[in-house]
Design a protein around this ligand. Structure first.
Ligand code: UD2
Ligand code: MN
Length: 347
Protein backbone atom coordinates (compact mmCIF):
# COMPACT_ATOMS: atom_id res chain seq x y z
CA UNK A 1 0.00 0.00 0.00
CA UNK A 2 2.74 2.37 1.02
CA UNK A 3 4.74 1.73 -2.14
CA UNK A 4 1.64 2.33 -4.20
CA UNK A 5 1.14 5.80 -2.67
CA UNK A 6 4.72 6.73 -3.31
CA UNK A 7 4.41 5.70 -6.92
CA UNK A 8 1.28 7.76 -7.29
CA UNK A 9 2.91 10.93 -6.00
CA UNK A 10 5.80 10.37 -8.36
CA UNK A 11 3.40 10.25 -11.28
CA UNK A 12 1.76 13.46 -10.08
CA UNK A 13 5.17 15.11 -9.82
CA UNK A 14 6.09 14.05 -13.33
CA UNK A 15 2.83 15.43 -14.67
CA UNK A 16 3.45 18.76 -12.92
CA UNK A 17 6.92 18.92 -14.37
CA UNK A 18 5.52 18.40 -17.87
CA UNK A 19 2.94 21.13 -17.40
CA UNK A 20 5.65 23.53 -16.22
CA UNK A 21 7.90 22.56 -19.10
CA UNK A 22 5.18 23.34 -21.65
CA UNK A 23 4.40 26.63 -19.85
CA UNK A 24 7.99 27.82 -19.98
CA UNK A 25 8.28 26.93 -23.62
CA UNK A 26 5.20 28.97 -24.38
CA UNK A 27 6.61 31.93 -22.44
CA UNK A 28 9.78 31.67 -24.48
CA UNK A 29 7.83 31.65 -27.73
CA UNK A 30 5.76 34.64 -26.67
CA UNK A 31 8.92 36.56 -25.82
CA UNK A 32 10.58 35.64 -29.08
CA UNK A 33 7.39 36.54 -30.96
CA UNK A 34 7.08 39.94 -29.34
CA UNK A 35 10.65 40.76 -30.34
CA UNK A 36 10.00 39.86 -33.93
CA UNK A 37 6.75 41.81 -33.89
CA UNK A 38 8.41 44.87 -32.49
CA UNK A 39 10.91 44.67 -35.29
CA UNK A 40 13.98 44.07 -33.14
CA UNK A 41 15.77 40.78 -33.64
CA UNK A 42 18.38 39.37 -31.30
CA UNK A 43 21.24 40.53 -33.47
CA UNK A 44 20.07 44.16 -33.40
CA UNK A 45 19.71 43.79 -29.68
CA UNK A 46 23.30 42.62 -29.42
CA UNK A 47 24.73 45.26 -31.70
CA UNK A 48 23.09 48.22 -30.07
CA UNK A 49 23.30 46.86 -26.54
CA UNK A 50 19.60 47.59 -26.12
CA UNK A 51 17.91 47.00 -22.83
CA UNK A 52 14.37 45.72 -22.58
CA UNK A 53 12.00 45.88 -19.72
CA UNK A 54 8.68 44.12 -19.75
CA UNK A 55 5.93 43.37 -17.33
CA UNK A 56 5.00 39.74 -16.74
CA UNK A 57 1.64 39.28 -18.39
CA UNK A 58 -1.17 39.40 -15.87
CA UNK A 59 0.87 41.48 -13.41
CA UNK A 60 3.67 40.45 -11.06
CA UNK A 61 7.20 41.72 -10.66
CA UNK A 62 8.83 43.56 -13.53
CA UNK A 63 11.59 41.63 -15.20
CA UNK A 64 14.35 42.48 -17.57
CA UNK A 65 15.45 41.15 -20.90
CA UNK A 66 18.76 42.26 -22.33
CA UNK A 67 21.47 40.93 -24.51
CA UNK A 68 23.93 38.89 -22.53
CA UNK A 69 26.56 39.95 -25.07
CA UNK A 70 26.57 43.46 -23.59
CA UNK A 71 28.24 42.00 -20.51
CA UNK A 72 31.38 41.61 -22.56
CA UNK A 73 31.65 45.37 -22.89
CA UNK A 74 31.18 45.98 -19.17
CA UNK A 75 34.84 45.84 -18.48
CA UNK A 76 37.88 48.02 -18.52
CA UNK A 77 41.33 46.83 -19.42
CA UNK A 78 43.12 50.02 -18.43
CA UNK A 79 42.17 50.04 -14.75
CA UNK A 80 41.86 47.62 -11.84
CA UNK A 81 38.24 46.45 -11.67
CA UNK A 82 38.43 44.09 -8.70
CA UNK A 83 40.41 43.88 -5.49
CA UNK A 84 42.12 40.61 -4.47
CA UNK A 85 39.30 40.16 -1.93
CA UNK A 86 36.72 40.36 -4.73
CA UNK A 87 35.36 43.82 -4.06
CA UNK A 88 34.44 45.60 -7.30
CA UNK A 89 36.12 48.93 -8.07
CA UNK A 90 33.54 51.16 -9.72
CA UNK A 91 34.65 52.83 -12.94
CA UNK A 92 32.59 54.19 -15.81
CA UNK A 93 31.99 51.39 -18.30
CA UNK A 94 31.91 48.55 -15.77
CA UNK A 95 28.25 48.55 -14.75
CA UNK A 96 24.72 48.90 -16.11
CA UNK A 97 22.70 51.56 -14.29
CA UNK A 98 19.38 50.27 -15.58
CA UNK A 99 19.84 46.83 -14.05
CA UNK A 100 21.09 48.33 -10.79
CA UNK A 101 18.32 50.93 -10.58
CA UNK A 102 15.72 48.25 -11.09
CA UNK A 103 17.23 46.06 -8.35
CA UNK A 104 17.36 48.91 -5.84
CA UNK A 105 13.89 50.19 -6.82
CA UNK A 106 12.42 46.74 -6.15
CA UNK A 107 14.01 46.80 -2.70
CA UNK A 108 12.60 50.32 -2.14
CA UNK A 109 16.00 51.48 -0.90
CA UNK A 110 16.47 54.75 0.96
CA UNK A 111 19.76 56.57 1.29
CA UNK A 112 20.91 59.04 3.95
CA UNK A 113 23.61 61.57 3.11
CA UNK A 114 25.57 63.00 6.02
CA UNK A 115 27.08 66.38 5.27
CA UNK A 116 28.62 68.86 7.72
CA UNK A 117 28.35 72.61 7.25
CA UNK A 118 29.93 74.09 10.33
CA UNK A 119 30.71 77.79 10.60
CA UNK A 120 31.65 79.33 7.24
CA UNK A 121 31.23 76.05 5.36
CA UNK A 122 27.46 76.72 5.15
CA UNK A 123 28.28 78.65 1.97
CA UNK A 124 28.94 75.35 0.18
CA UNK A 125 25.45 73.95 0.85
CA UNK A 126 23.56 75.63 -1.98
CA UNK A 127 25.66 74.24 -4.82
CA UNK A 128 26.09 70.90 -3.05
CA UNK A 129 22.33 70.38 -2.69
CA UNK A 130 21.36 71.74 -6.12
CA UNK A 131 23.81 69.48 -7.92
CA UNK A 132 22.90 66.50 -5.70
CA UNK A 133 19.28 66.86 -6.78
CA UNK A 134 20.44 66.67 -10.37
CA UNK A 135 22.87 63.77 -10.07
CA UNK A 136 22.80 61.94 -6.74
CA UNK A 137 20.93 58.60 -6.60
CA UNK A 138 18.24 60.04 -8.87
CA UNK A 139 14.88 58.26 -8.70
CA UNK A 140 15.38 56.88 -5.20
CA UNK A 141 14.54 58.07 -1.68
CA UNK A 142 17.18 60.36 -0.20
CA UNK A 143 17.45 62.12 3.17
CA UNK A 144 20.05 64.86 3.38
CA UNK A 145 21.22 65.03 7.00
CA UNK A 146 22.79 68.46 7.35
CA UNK A 147 24.85 68.82 10.50
CA UNK A 148 25.34 72.48 11.27
CA UNK A 149 25.80 75.04 14.03
CA UNK A 150 23.96 77.59 11.88
CA UNK A 151 20.52 76.10 11.11
CA UNK A 152 19.18 79.50 10.00
CA UNK A 153 21.74 79.67 7.20
CA UNK A 154 20.75 76.39 5.56
CA UNK A 155 19.42 77.40 2.12
CA UNK A 156 16.06 76.18 0.91
CA UNK A 157 16.57 74.12 -2.22
CA UNK A 158 13.76 72.61 -4.30
CA UNK A 159 13.74 68.83 -3.83
CA UNK A 160 12.30 66.09 -5.99
CA UNK A 161 9.67 63.68 -4.68
CA UNK A 162 10.83 61.29 -1.98
CA UNK A 163 13.74 63.50 -0.98
CA UNK A 164 14.06 65.44 2.29
CA UNK A 165 16.40 67.81 4.08
CA UNK A 166 16.86 67.15 7.80
CA UNK A 167 18.77 69.87 9.67
CA UNK A 168 20.62 68.64 12.75
CA UNK A 169 21.97 71.30 15.09
CA UNK A 170 25.38 70.30 16.45
CA UNK A 171 28.22 72.04 18.30
CA UNK A 172 31.19 73.58 16.49
CA UNK A 173 34.87 73.33 17.34
CA UNK A 174 37.51 76.02 17.13
CA UNK A 175 40.05 74.11 15.01
CA UNK A 176 39.06 72.90 11.53
CA UNK A 177 40.84 69.62 12.25
CA UNK A 178 38.51 69.03 15.20
CA UNK A 179 35.46 69.93 13.11
CA UNK A 180 36.55 67.38 10.54
CA UNK A 181 37.39 64.64 13.07
CA UNK A 182 34.28 65.10 15.21
CA UNK A 183 32.19 64.06 12.23
CA UNK A 184 33.03 60.48 13.19
CA UNK A 185 31.54 60.94 16.66
CA UNK A 186 28.39 62.66 15.43
CA UNK A 187 27.72 60.21 12.61
CA UNK A 188 28.08 57.26 14.98
CA UNK A 189 25.76 58.82 17.59
CA UNK A 190 23.07 59.75 15.09
CA UNK A 191 23.35 56.38 13.34
CA UNK A 192 22.50 54.56 16.53
CA UNK A 193 19.75 56.95 17.62
CA UNK A 194 18.09 57.90 14.38
CA UNK A 195 19.51 56.87 11.01
CA UNK A 196 19.07 53.14 11.71
CA UNK A 197 15.30 53.73 11.86
CA UNK A 198 15.11 55.96 8.78
CA UNK A 199 17.41 54.76 5.99
CA UNK A 200 19.11 51.63 4.67
CA UNK A 201 22.42 53.15 3.57
CA UNK A 202 24.52 56.12 4.63
CA UNK A 203 26.78 58.11 2.34
CA UNK A 204 29.21 60.38 4.22
CA UNK A 205 30.73 63.21 2.22
CA UNK A 206 32.55 66.54 2.40
CA UNK A 207 30.45 69.65 1.76
CA UNK A 208 33.02 71.64 -0.25
CA UNK A 209 32.04 69.62 -3.30
CA UNK A 210 29.65 69.63 -6.26
CA UNK A 211 28.12 66.82 -8.28
CA UNK A 212 29.04 67.02 -11.94
CA UNK A 213 27.78 63.68 -13.28
CA UNK A 214 25.69 60.68 -12.19
CA UNK A 215 26.44 59.18 -8.77
CA UNK A 216 23.88 56.39 -8.55
CA UNK A 217 23.09 53.20 -6.67
CA UNK A 218 26.21 51.58 -8.13
CA UNK A 219 28.05 53.09 -5.15
CA UNK A 220 25.99 51.20 -2.58
CA UNK A 221 27.33 48.19 -0.73
CA UNK A 222 27.73 47.03 2.88
CA UNK A 223 30.92 49.05 3.31
CA UNK A 224 32.52 51.26 0.69
CA UNK A 225 35.41 53.68 0.41
CA UNK A 226 36.76 55.90 -2.37
CA UNK A 227 40.23 55.97 -3.89
CA UNK A 228 41.91 59.29 -3.11
CA UNK A 229 42.53 61.21 -6.37
CA UNK A 230 46.14 61.83 -5.42
CA UNK A 231 47.10 58.19 -4.80
CA UNK A 232 45.03 55.81 -6.95
CA UNK A 233 48.06 54.78 -8.99
CA UNK A 234 50.63 55.18 -6.25
CA UNK A 235 52.65 52.51 -4.50
CA UNK A 236 52.00 51.57 -0.91
CA UNK A 237 55.25 53.19 0.25
CA UNK A 238 54.06 56.62 -0.86
CA UNK A 239 50.67 56.50 0.85
CA UNK A 240 50.39 59.21 3.50
CA UNK A 241 49.23 56.79 6.20
CA UNK A 242 49.97 57.61 9.81
CA UNK A 243 53.36 55.98 10.52
CA UNK A 244 53.98 56.89 14.18
CA UNK A 245 53.32 53.81 16.28
CA UNK A 246 52.03 55.86 19.21
CA UNK A 247 48.93 56.77 17.15
CA UNK A 248 45.93 54.45 16.93
CA UNK A 249 45.88 55.19 13.19
CA UNK A 250 49.34 53.69 12.56
CA UNK A 251 49.69 51.39 9.56
CA UNK A 252 52.96 49.44 9.21
CA UNK A 253 55.00 50.01 6.03
CA UNK A 254 54.20 46.54 4.70
CA UNK A 255 50.44 46.79 5.13
CA UNK A 256 47.57 48.60 3.44
CA UNK A 257 45.87 48.16 0.09
CA UNK A 258 44.82 51.61 -1.12
CA UNK A 259 44.82 55.18 0.10
CA UNK A 260 41.20 56.14 0.70
CA UNK A 261 39.82 59.69 0.82
CA UNK A 262 38.23 61.02 4.00
CA UNK A 263 35.60 62.83 1.95
CA UNK A 264 33.49 59.94 0.61
CA UNK A 265 32.65 56.66 2.35
CA UNK A 266 29.55 54.79 3.40
CA UNK A 267 27.61 51.57 3.62
CA UNK A 268 24.68 50.14 5.51
CA UNK A 269 23.82 52.12 8.66
CA UNK A 270 25.18 49.36 10.89
CA UNK A 271 28.51 49.20 9.04
CA UNK A 272 28.89 53.00 9.05
CA UNK A 273 28.05 52.97 12.75
CA UNK A 274 30.83 50.45 13.45
CA UNK A 275 33.32 52.36 11.30
CA UNK A 276 32.64 55.82 12.73
CA UNK A 277 32.52 54.53 16.30
CA UNK A 278 35.89 52.82 15.93
CA UNK A 279 37.47 55.85 14.25
CA UNK A 280 36.13 58.16 16.94
CA UNK A 281 37.54 55.91 19.66
CA UNK A 282 40.94 56.02 17.96
CA UNK A 283 40.78 59.81 17.67
CA UNK A 284 39.95 60.12 21.40
CA UNK A 285 42.74 57.76 22.44
CA UNK A 286 45.18 59.79 20.35
CA UNK A 287 43.96 62.98 22.03
CA UNK A 288 44.55 61.42 25.47
CA UNK A 289 48.04 60.44 24.35
CA UNK A 290 48.82 63.93 23.05
CA UNK A 291 49.03 62.98 19.38
CA UNK A 292 46.94 63.82 16.31
CA UNK A 293 47.09 61.62 13.22
CA UNK A 294 48.75 63.22 10.19
CA UNK A 295 45.55 63.44 8.12
CA UNK A 296 43.11 63.45 11.03
CA UNK A 297 39.90 61.44 10.41
CA UNK A 298 41.24 60.31 7.03
CA UNK A 299 44.16 58.51 8.74
CA UNK A 300 41.79 56.66 11.07
CA UNK A 301 39.51 55.76 8.16
CA UNK A 302 42.47 54.29 6.30
CA UNK A 303 43.45 52.28 9.36
CA UNK A 304 39.93 50.89 9.66
CA UNK A 305 39.84 49.82 6.01
CA UNK A 306 43.10 47.86 6.32
CA UNK A 307 41.45 45.53 8.83
CA UNK A 308 37.83 45.79 7.66
CA UNK A 309 38.09 45.56 3.91
CA UNK A 310 35.45 47.50 1.98
CA UNK A 311 32.99 45.38 0.01
CA UNK A 312 33.08 47.93 -2.81
CA UNK A 313 35.52 50.68 -3.81
CA UNK A 314 34.71 53.82 -5.76
CA UNK A 315 37.20 55.03 -8.34
CA UNK A 316 38.44 58.65 -8.21
CA UNK A 317 35.59 59.50 -10.62
CA UNK A 318 33.63 59.79 -7.39
CA UNK A 319 35.98 62.25 -5.75
CA UNK A 320 37.99 64.29 -8.15
CA UNK A 321 39.91 67.52 -7.85
CA UNK A 322 40.71 69.36 -11.07
CA UNK A 323 44.06 70.33 -9.56
CA UNK A 324 44.99 66.72 -10.38
CA UNK A 325 44.48 67.32 -14.12
CA UNK A 326 42.39 65.14 -16.45
CA UNK A 327 44.01 61.70 -16.88
CA UNK A 328 42.90 59.41 -19.76
CA UNK A 329 41.43 56.77 -17.48
CA UNK A 330 39.00 59.27 -16.00
CA UNK A 331 35.94 59.03 -18.24
CA UNK A 332 33.68 60.91 -15.86
CA UNK A 333 34.20 63.48 -13.12
CA UNK A 334 31.16 62.78 -10.99
CA UNK A 335 31.89 64.61 -7.72
CA UNK A 336 34.31 67.53 -7.75
CA UNK A 337 36.12 69.56 -5.13
CA UNK A 338 35.04 73.20 -5.13
CA UNK A 339 38.15 75.42 -4.98
CA UNK A 340 38.42 77.22 -1.66
CA UNK A 341 40.67 79.70 0.06
CA UNK A 342 41.75 77.53 3.00
CA UNK A 343 42.91 80.36 5.24
CA UNK A 344 39.77 82.44 4.73
CA UNK A 345 37.16 79.69 5.02
CA UNK A 346 38.64 77.75 7.92
CA UNK A 347 38.94 80.74 10.27
C1 UD2 B 1 37.96 65.40 -0.22
C2 UD2 B 1 38.56 64.78 0.99
O1 UD2 B 1 38.89 63.62 0.98
N1 UD2 B 1 38.66 65.58 2.07
C3 UD2 B 1 39.32 65.18 3.29
C4 UD2 B 1 40.58 66.02 3.49
O2 UD2 B 1 40.44 67.40 3.63
P1 UD2 B 1 39.83 68.73 3.03
O3 UD2 B 1 40.92 69.67 2.77
O4 UD2 B 1 38.91 68.48 1.91
O5 UD2 B 1 39.01 69.19 4.37
P2 UD2 B 1 37.81 70.21 4.52
O6 UD2 B 1 38.32 71.57 4.74
O7 UD2 B 1 36.87 70.03 3.40
O8 UD2 B 1 37.15 69.68 5.87
C5 UD2 B 1 36.44 68.47 5.90
C6 UD2 B 1 34.93 68.73 6.10
O9 UD2 B 1 34.68 69.17 7.43
C7 UD2 B 1 33.61 70.09 7.44
N2 UD2 B 1 34.08 71.40 7.94
C8 UD2 B 1 35.40 71.67 8.10
C9 UD2 B 1 35.81 72.88 8.64
C10 UD2 B 1 34.85 73.84 9.00
O10 UD2 B 1 35.15 74.95 9.48
N3 UD2 B 1 33.54 73.56 8.81
C11 UD2 B 1 33.12 72.36 8.29
O11 UD2 B 1 31.93 72.14 8.12
C12 UD2 B 1 33.10 70.20 6.01
O12 UD2 B 1 32.07 69.28 5.82
C13 UD2 B 1 34.33 69.82 5.22
O13 UD2 B 1 34.02 69.39 3.91
O14 UD2 B 1 41.19 65.63 4.74
C14 UD2 B 1 40.38 65.89 5.87
C15 UD2 B 1 41.19 65.55 7.09
O15 UD2 B 1 42.39 66.27 7.07
C16 UD2 B 1 39.08 65.09 5.80
O16 UD2 B 1 39.36 63.71 5.91
C17 UD2 B 1 38.39 65.38 4.48
O17 UD2 B 1 37.24 64.55 4.37
MN1 MN C 1 36.86 69.00 1.56
Amino acid sequence: NKTCLQDESLVVQLLRYRVLFIYFNMEGLKLWGSRILSGVGLSGDRDRGCFYRRQVEGGGDPWSVYSKETFLSHRRKDVLMMTPWFAPIVWEGTFNSEILNEQFRLRNISVGVTVFAIKKYVVFLQKFLETAEEYFVVGHKVNYYIFTDRPDEVPSVALKEGRNIVVLKVPNYARWQDVSMRRMEMISNFSQQRFIKEVHYLVCVDVDMRFNDQVGVEILSDLFGTLHPGFYGARRQSFTYERRSISQAVIPRDEGDFYYAGGFFGGTVIEVYKLTKRCHEGIMMDKDNGIEAIWHDESHLNKYFVYHKPTKILSPEYLWDDNMGRPQILHKRRFLAVPKNHAAIRN
